[in-house]
Design a protein. Structure first.
Length: 219
């Protein structure tokens, strides 16, 4: 007696009898181009891929939106904080001119020169401090990681789009092409890449908040 081919979907609780859905193969055609085994494989693979792709896309959509908005926020703040990094030559010139005026007055009224307050800057001095460098470095690193997350999310969505492209041909050809694509996802570790994206974004957030803390502390 032949055993019916049953498959029970855990999510829906349905039982599919593929012997009723697909006719029995003719003798010698059990592994032919349109054999029932390939049709069953394609049906189950389609259900599996639909659940997998839906989960990936939901995750990528959320990451892409958040990474884009977060990158815009970091860029706006960075455009303000990075302005202190170039040496302010006008500020240096003002300090040196002020010191020079004090020296001229001291020379005129006999004040001891050693009592004149010296300028904190010289001609080759920097007007920014170590904290300024750290703040901008943290913001830049945060922005780079956030943009990397957005870029990888877009690439992953393109990979998924290519994975779900409809193929034509016999049931055997469709099954082989699907298996080839799935093997490619496994070889390129798509699951691990998409699973790593939230971690990259979390590191980006941590760097941003660290830079923000250093910036606020120096105010």
């Amino acid at each position: 007696m032949k055993n019916a081919i049953h498959f029970k979907r855990i999510t829906g609780g349905k039982t599919y009898n593929y012997e009723e859905k697909y006719p029995e193969d003719a003798p010698g055609e059990e592994v032919g181009d349109d054999a029932r085994v390939f049709k069953v494989y394609n049906d189950e693979a389609e259900k599996y891929d639909a659940d997998m792709i839906r989960g990936f896309r939901d995750s990528l959509d959320g990451l892409l939106v958040f990474a884009s908005l977060f990158s815009a926020v970091v860029t706006t703040i960075l455009m303000q904080t990075i302005q202190v990094l170039p040496t302010d030559q006008a500020r240096i010139a003002n300090y040196l001119l002020y010191e020079n005026n004090l020296l001229l007055r001291a020379n005129g009224n006999g004040t001891i020169i050693n009592t004149i307050i010296q300028s904190p800057y010289g001609p080759d001095s920097n007007t920014f401090g170590t904290n300024d460098v750290w703040v901008n470095a943290l913001f830049i690193a945060s922005l780079v990681l956030s943009l990397t997350t957005a870029l990888l999310s877009v690439l992953a969505k393109q990979w998924l789009q290519a994975y779900t492209t409809v193929t034509s041909g016999s049931a055997r050809d469709v099954a082989l092409i699907r298996h080839l694509r799935f093997a490619g996802l496994e070889r390129w570790r798509m699951h691990e890449i998409i699973g790593t994206l939230p971690l990259i974004l979390h590191i980006s957030l941590a760097l941003f908040f660290t830079g923000l803390f250093v910036f606020i502390r120096t105010l």
